[in-house]
Design a binder for this molecule. Structure first.
Ligand code: 9MG
Length: 271
């Protein structure tokens, strides 16, 4: 039996990103060889990550999906070598999640919030794994095509509330679930910053909140490059601390040591 997710990952908890893909958001290719991915994962744990998020399918804007076979071909050799490293599997596919959980993963990070594969909820429910439900408007291939909202924060909150109810009804205990507003997933720069400013409204849903702001393109764009496809470390740290201030619990990041240091300082400030 696993403890509640907030006990397993007390805030601030840092999750290291290990993309086993040729073309992800900002580290495209560096961990595509299994031995590089394994070395990165170990390095991240040494630097203070409490878990590493291993993914074999890019979710950057414009990317097309890959088959379950290809995803498995990418992640299984990595997972097989990560004995002793706490692992989250970044997938929306039941088949991939099942294999990863068999190989020791403890969390399923599903950017589709259980909308991508009708069998995933049962795989998570029966395994006892933790689950991250993320908001995304559309799908990665098309999600940045003029996303519009009346009120982005209210709509993301109501979506996450509905997906949380769905997951609980499917047999996944609420205490094992965290929520993620999905920065950069079908949101403009302005919408991402509005959402960050009002992150407290997502935290108020009562579940630990995971955020992925690290190197996101909105950070590069707010700094003045309208074509930026990534954001710098300095901006990633500022955004992470802002999210922490508003109650975020888990931080999905590429640069583990720097985030651990920044968040340790933020957490030491009495409030
Ligand atoms: C896979 N992936 C890429 N960005 C992400 C984010 O912001 N959150 C989560 N949960 N997963 C992400």
């Amino acid at each position: 039996m696993r403890p509640p997710i907030e006990e397993r990952f007390p805030r601030p908890a840092v999750m290291g990103v290990v993309n086993v893909t040729p073309d992800s958001f900002s580290d495209g290719g560096v961990n595509f060889r299994p031995e590089d991915a394994v070395a990165s994962a170990h390095g991240m744990v040494e630097e203070g990550a409490v878990i590493v998020d291993v993914g074999g399918e890019s979710t950057r804007p414009g990317s097309a999906g890959v088959s379950a076979e290809e995803e498995l071909r990418r992640v299984v050799p990595v997972l097989e070598e990560l004995d002793g490293v706490p692992v989250s599997i970044d997938t929306a596919k039941a088949e991939v999640a099942r294999r990863a959980l068999d190989l020791g993963a403890e969390l399923v990070n599903d950017v589709t919030a259980l909308r991508g594969d009708p069998e995933l909820a049962e795989v998570v429910a029966s395994s006892g794994a933790y689950l991250c439900l993320m908001h995304m408007r559309g799908e990665p291939r098309t999600m940045q095509n003029d996303p519009t909202y009346e009120d982005v924060t209210a709509e993301v909150a109501s979506f996450l509330e509905e997906r949380l109810r769905f997951a609980v009804d499917a047999g996944i205990p609420e205490e094992r679930i965290c929520l993620d507003p999905g920065f950069g997933f079908g949101k403009t720069v302005e919408q991402n910053f509005e959402l960050l400013g009002r992150l407290g409204e997502i935290v108020a849903l009562g579940r630990p909140v995971l955020v992925g702001l690290s190197r996101k393109r909105s950070l590069g764009r707010i700094l003045g490059d309208p074509e930026a496809t990534t954001g710098p470390l300095s901006a990633s740290l500022a955004a992470a601390v802002e999210a922490y201030e508003r109650g975020a619990a888990i931080f999905r990041v590429h640069d583990v040591r720097e985030h651990v240091e920044a968040l340790t300082v933020a957490a030491a400030v009495p409030r």
